[in-house]
Design a protein around this ligand. Structure first.
Ligand code: ZN
Length: 133
């Protein structure tokens, strides 16, 4: 597998409208757009910075994974996403190494990217997302 760059950093927030001001008003970045991923019960806002992005995640459902995350840890960094050249191959390699995965097969995330999560128990507590665009 070839890991190309940090694609984005996923940040769990209670309100995209409120949290985005940190990146736009304080850091001078521009928000690219907001998209709903019904599957994950989230609204996602993208804020590009250089070759990477900040991804703000706001739950649309009190039972959704982001709502649960905030309940447990508060607002903050939720995952780090690495872009890979071939996600199927990457998952296959990790499986062969016995790495615990949340997604055995890629699914479609925001922006039509193919994504999969590695289990944080396998990565010292960091929720790692692989994505292929
Ligand atoms: Zn992500």
């Amino acid at each position: 597998m070839r890991t190309l760059k940090i694609d984005h950093i996923g940040i769990a927030v209670k309100s995209i409208e409120e949290a985005s001001k940190i990146y736009t008003e304080l850091l001078g970045l521009k928000m690219r757009g907001v998209e709903e991923v019904a599957d994950q019960k989230v609204k996602v806002a993208f804020i590009p910075v250089g070759e990477s992005e900040v991804e703000l995640l706001e739950s649309t459902d009190p039972e959704g994974p982001i709502a649960k995350f905030i309940e447990k840890y508060g607002e903050g960094i939720q995952h780090i996403a690495f872009q890979v050249d071939d996600i199927e191959k990457a998952l296959e390699e990790l499986k062969q190494k016995g790495v615990r995965l949340i997604d055995e097969k890629p699914r479609y995330g925001a922006g039509g990217a193919k994504i999969a999560f590695i289990h944080p128990k396998a990565t010292k507590g960091v929720l790692i997302e692989l994505c292929e665009r």
